[in-house]
Design a protein around this ligand. Structure first.
Ligand code: TRP
Ligand code: SF4
Length: 399
């Protein structure tokens, strides 16, 4: 079976080119190679926008439209809306029982965001619990990989720590795991194989006699202590294994898509170009971008390294164009308008089909709902399997 990847995006406005180059292109690749779950994190949007829910519903659909427009495919990846899968909320609640407050309080974004978003009251339980909810998102699907930007690494670290804490509370510890491996080794090759055959027999057909046979075999193998024998028998029955899978961050290298001012493209910096922004507006934004300050006049040579247009060219242009910019800029043979015009063409050419497909999707709200419902139903089935394990080991009576 292919490996599972999970990622989410908060619906807090329309997407921009940074989302496309930094995140979505990566997701497009992942949906081909993995069992991918991508969701619109509307509950996460509420942690910061609970006082202004108006935009969340419309942004949720905008995001889904834009995902489909860039080529995310509901036949390849499971696309869904977080709140449509209530298991996210339930696992977050249960994880909350074992999440130390100190872990949450020390996340850098917790204090930073509280300070940056001073107009909102973020001294809330929900906002503090952001990483626990995000952990639930990931752990529900036994995800091995989580594609995220560098800003999310601290959250992912909490997720990993929570999985470990959960497993050590309710599953088997790493030390026990090692003792089992060592115990199997000590049995010798023949007995080890016999043990594994019995394990398979019991786990596949529930044949109780396999346990009895294994117990006898372990008694005869004098070299093992009682604790190891007990662990081996539990392993044979499939008891006490790790319950939650510890995921790994899959860092997006292109996460730093440059914006109009050379800083990372971000809505909050006001330096972004919308994924389906009108061509006239795109043209205007690019043509009025700042350039190398040394190019005061058309005849003054410049240096692309000192110009925010250059990193955008590096994202968009072929090597020949890059060479043309490099030579033309430093010799003042080309003007900044020529240089930017070449970029405008590239950006518009990239956006045109995306804009067209987005319009097609936007005209089919029923179809969108259907896609979201199908995605949620697939996600629910998978999430429910994990929750059954979790409820059981946490002492809840699952009937
Ligand atoms: N916190 C992420 C962000 O702001 C969004 C997110 C929510 C997420 N749940 C997730 C990302 C689970 C990866 C996995 O970008
Ligand atoms: Fe920037 Fe291009 Fe002008 Fe050089 S020619 S300063 S790279 S816009």
């Amino acid at each position: 079976m292919s490996t599972t990847v999970v990622s989410g995006m908060r619906p807090t406005g329309r997407l921009h080119l940074g989302h496309y180059h930094g995140v979505l292109k990566n997701w497009l690749r992942l949906q081909e190679e993995h069992d991918a779950f991508f969701f619109v994190a509307d509950l996460h949007a509420l942690t910061t926008h609970y006082e202004h829910p108006e935009g969340i519903r419309s942004s949720t659909w905008e995001v889904l439209i834009e995902w489909l427009a860039v080529g995310l495919d509901p036949n390849k990846a499971t696309l869904f809306i977080q709140s449509w899968v209530p298991q996210h909320a339930e696992l977050a609640l249960l994880l909350g029982m074992l999440t130390p407050l100190s872990w949450l309080e020390r996340v850098p974004t917790f204090k930073d965001q509280q300070e940056q978003l001073r107009d909102r009251d973020l001294a809330t339980y929900g906002f503090l619990g952001y990483p626990a909810l995000m952990s639930a998102d990931i752990l529900l699907y036994d995800a091995e990989w989580v594609p995220v930007g560098a800003d999310q690494v601290a959250h992912l670290e909490i997720c990993r720590e929570l999985a470990r804490r959960f497993n050590s509370l309710y599953g088997r510890s790493a030390a026990d795991e090692a003792a089992i491996t060592a115990g199997l080794q000590a049995l010798g090759k023949k007995r080890k194989q016999e043990f594994q055959r019995l394990q398979e027999r019991y786990q596949q057909s529930g044949d109780e006699s396999a346990i009895a046979t294994a117990r006898e075999m372990l008694q005869e193998a004098g070299s093992l202590n009682e604790a190891t024998k007990t662990l081996l028998l539990a392993a044979l029955e499939g008891k006490g294994r790790s319950i939650l899978v510890e995921p790994q961050a899959l860092l997006t290298e292109a996460a730093k898509m440059p914006g109009l001012d050379g800083r990372k493209m971000s809505k909050s910096y006001g330096n972004a170009i919308g994924l389906r922004e009108e061509p006239e507006s795109v043209r205007k934004k690019l043509l009025t971008m700042p350039t190398d300050p040394k190019r005061v006049g058309r005849r003054d040579p410049g240096n692309p390294e000192d110009c925010p247009v250059w990193p955008l060219h590096q994202v968009y242009s072929f090597p020949e164009t890059l060479a043309w910019v490099q030579a033309g800029c430093t010799s003042a043979e080309i003007g900044c308008v020529d240089c930017k015009q070449a970029l405008v063409e590239k950006v518009l050419a990239e956006q045109a089909p995306i804009r067209a497909r987005a319009e097609e999707w936007a005209a089919q709200p029923e179809r969108l709902r259907e896609i979201a419902a199908q995605g949620a139903s697939k996600a629910r089935a998978r999430a429910e399997e994990t929750l059954l394990r979790v409820r059981t080991v946490m002492g809840l009576d699952v009937g």
